[in-house]
Ligand binder design. Structure first.
Ligand code: PEP
Length: 252
């Protein structure tokens, strides 16, 4: 069965104090979740050690970005091997903010994905269309293209290290969420593309991201192809984040 995952992307927010308070609270609550959700926190890289100290193995930890090299003269970069060594389990790759602000292309995403999975980490690969692309009827073809290109280098034995997060760009940080029907339709399409690529599509977790809150999470998570969420703003509010984690029904 595929994993249920709720991952909180702090973006460039947080502090040592937040790491202690929020992660301490999430750890104390996550231990009693009965719905099989893996709770993941993805803080700015500089706080990964603090978050790991408070996560104590109950909450998984990820990094928001890595470079496309393992070591060398790349001032300011952090490699997948370093993220693994530090205790991370997940790496976000190709978040729309990286694509839009830092110019990351599908080719660069593919390079990073390849390095991340060869380090033994799981890549959460983000895809999603802009408002313009959705309004001009291209959403599905844009997302399919991102999935094919970004995952082009994944070898058969590494698919179990891949998670895909569908995040429509127009829904990120805007308070607008895709309807459950639209999100489900895109997730089903992504699963179809993965199948076409020869991946074990039914075993790959697909997350929805884009203004997920405690009051819309349950509807999204009840869809058959939505296996969890990538949460931005709401992951910075401990109680709201845990309400989202509880939005799956109990595991059967
Ligand atoms: C994100 O950063 O991936 C995200 C989905 O943000 P938000 O939940 O704030 O829309």
């Amino acid at each position: 069965m595929r994993r249920r995952i709720v991952a909180g992307n702090w973006k460039m927010n947080g502090s040592k104090d937040l790491s202690e308070e929020l992660v301490g609270y999430v750890r104390s609550e996550a231990g009693s979740l009965d719905n099989g959700v893996e709770v993941v926190i993805i803080p700015p890289a500089i706080y990964i050690g603090n978050v790991l100290d408070h996560a104590r193995g109950v909450v998984s930890v990820g990094i928001q970005n890595v470079g496309q090299w393992q070591s060398g003269a790349y001032t300011g970069e952090v490699s997948p091997d370093m993220a693994k060594d530090a205790g991370c389990r997940y790496v976000l790759v190709g978040h729309s903010e990286r694509r839009q602000i830092f110019g990351e292309t599908d080719e660069l995403v593919a390079e990073k994905v390849s390095l991340v999975v060869s380090s033994g980490l799981a890549a959460i690969v983000c895809v999603g269309e802009t408002l313009e692309e959705r309004e001009s009827g291209q959403a599905e073809s844009v997302v399919a293209g991102q999935v094919r290109a970004g995952l082009a280098s994944v070898s058969q034995e590494k698919w179990h290290n891949i998670v895909v997060a569908y995040e429509p760009v127009w829904a990120i940080g805007t308070g607008k969420t895709a309807t459950s029907d639209d999100a489900q339709a895109m997730h089903a399409a992504i699963r179809g593309v993965l199948k076409d690529m020869g991946a074990p599509a039914e075993e790959i977790s697909l997350l929805y991201g884009g203004s997920v809150k405690a009051d819309n999470a349950a509807a999204l998570f009840s869809e058959p192809d939505i296996d969890g969420g990538l949460i931005g703003g709401a992951s910075l509010v401990a109680k709201e984040f845990m309400r989202i984690c509880r939005s799956f029904p109990a595991a059967t």
